[in-house]
Every structure is written in C-alpha cells, then in structure tokens.
Design a protein around this ligand. Structure first.
Ligand SMILES: [Zn+2]
Length: 229
C-alpha cells in the first residue's frame, strides 16, 4: 500500500461527504459563536462524529465547548486532527475562516476512518475540537490538561488566500502575565508621593522593543495591556 493509494482512497471517500461538509461550513459561517461559546458548532460536530462511528467525549479537558472523538482499529499509533470553530467578535464573524477548518476536520476524520477500514490500516484516529482558538488557544489548554498524552502526531489546516501549501515553521509557545502596581497621589499637590505603574509598563514595552532586535531569527515577541486600571 503506497501513500498515493491511501491519498486516492481518502480523496474518493471525502467526495461522498461534499454536501454535508459545505452545510457544516455554511451553518457555522451564518451562526458565528465567539470563543468558549461555540455551543452550536460543538454540538453539530459531535453529532457528525457519532453518526460516523466515533466515540465522542464532550466537554473534553473540562472545557464546555471542547470535544474529542476517537476511532480505534487494532494496535498502532494515535494521530490527531484538530478542528477549530470559534469566530471573531462583533461584525467580523468567521473572518478567520474557522468554519472551513471545522468542515475540513470533519471531512478528514470521516474519510480517514473509512479509509482505515477499507485499506485495513490499524491505529487510533483522534479528532480534537479546540475552542477559543482566537484568544486563549484551545489546543494549548487541552494539551496542558493532558488530553494528548497518547498522541504521536497532530495535524491542522487553516484557510488562507495563498494557494495550498504546508505552512511554515512551528513555534513553541510561552506566555507570561505581569502585574504592575502603583500608588496614587495628587498630581498637582503631591506628585512625588505617587508611584506610576503606567510608567513602568511604558518602560517595559520599550525594553521589549529593544530586546526584539537581539533575539534569533524566527522568534516572535508580543505584548498587550489587558487591564489598564
Ligand atoms: Zn484562525
């Protein structure tokens, strides 16, 4: 069995799901739900996975709108495919195209499972629904909760205006949150008695800007103020 054979088999099977996948994509697009509130999107996908023979765990990792579908056949490694389905806030809706990611993930799951059965491939296929990808990044949360302990490799797609391609490099991901506390004082009569947390934050942002030019290629550094009072 060559890779080409498997590819052809998956492509043929996924064609059978064409209409249903477009329906999922369109429904999500027309009913956008922001991060951690993707109740309809999660329910729709859980139902699709169950109907296609996956065992589904809802609220995976204790997250309301996360889910994990699995299909096992004999022994073998566990490969995960990710679905994303949150929208951007307000008018933007699904401007990031997560409706397409969900539809692509469902198609990949159903077709890969059918191909495993047809071609006698053993292993476990996991379909992981990661909520709130726009902000907190559901994949990271699920990873930290230990949901991917047995996963050997994981895949995801994201739509773009560029033609189909394997996306560039990977980045490890670290976040820090800092809190600056000041001390208020009257700005006219006793400014010297005050401590400005805002000044400290501004200095920090400037320092970060200087640090950015000294790091190795490929490193990204970003910061933002979450709460200004
Ligand atoms: Zn996105």
């Amino acid at each position: 069995m060559t890779g080409e054979n498997v590819k052809r088999c998956v492509a043929r099977i996924v064609e059978n799901y064409r209409k249903e996948l477009w329906d999922i994509s369109r429904f999500l697009f027309q009913n956008p739900e922001i991060g951690n509130q993707e109740y309809q999107a999660a329910a729709l996908q859980c139902e699709f996975l169950r109907r296609n023979g996956f065992t589904v765990e809802e609220k995976a990792g204790g997250l309301d709108t996360a889910f994990i579908g699995t299909f096992s056949r004999g022994e073998g490694s566990c490969i995960a495919i990710f679905s994303e389905y949150d929208s951007l806030p307000g008018e933007l809706g699904h401007a990031c195209g997560h409706n397409l990611i969900a539809a692509a993930a469902m198609g990949a799951a159903a077709a890969t499972k059918a191909a495993m059965e047809e071609l006698g491939i053993e292993g476990t296929l996991m379909l992981a629904g990661a909520p709130d990808e726009e902000f907190t990044g559901g994949k990271i949360t699920l990873l930290k909760k230990g949901c991917f302990r047995n996963v050997r490799a994981a895949m995801a797609v994201h739509p773009t205006t560029a033609k189909s391609r394997v996306a560039g490099g990977n980045h490890a991901y670290l976040t820090y949150s800092c809190e600056y506390r000041g001390k208020s004082a009257h700005s006219e009569s006793r400014p010297w008695a005050g401590i400005s947390a805002q000044n400290a934050v501004l200095l920090f942002f400037n320092a970060l800007g200087y640090a950015r030019q000294m790091v190795k290629d490929g490193i990204r550094i970003h910061a933002y103020v979450k709460d200004g009072m």
